[in-house]
Design a protein around this ligand. Structure first.
Ligand code: SF4
Length: 86
């Protein structure tokens, strides 16, 4: 499966892109994250979407991807690194 293939299946391609780039905090951020997660929940390409985001360098990783925030993915990376170091 190429990137172009899975991206063509992305449910968010029909959504407002701004929804996936919420403000860093506050009520508006919570509302946008919740709405984006609802869209991602039933997306058929959630897995490759997550894998691509998770593999990005931290400085290039932002926005909602596969129902996760960049902050959540950073925390996941830290947990994985800690497990690998143990
Ligand atoms: S999982 Fe979410 S962000 Fe990823 S392609 Fe699907 S709808 Fe878009």
């Amino acid at each position: 499966m190429t990137d172009a293939f899975w991206m063509s299946q992305a449910v968010c391609s029909d959504a407002d892109p701004d929804l996936f780039y919420p403000p860093t905090d506050g009520r508006q951020s919570e509302l946008q994250i919740r709405a984006a997660r609802r869209i991602c929940r039933d997306c058929p390409v959630r897995r490759p979407c997550f894998e691509e985001a998770f593999a990005l360098p931290v400085v290039m990783d932002y926005g909602i991807r596969a129902g996760t925030t960049a902050r959540e993915r950073r925390a996941m990376r830290r947990r994985l690194q800690a497990q690998q170091a143990a």
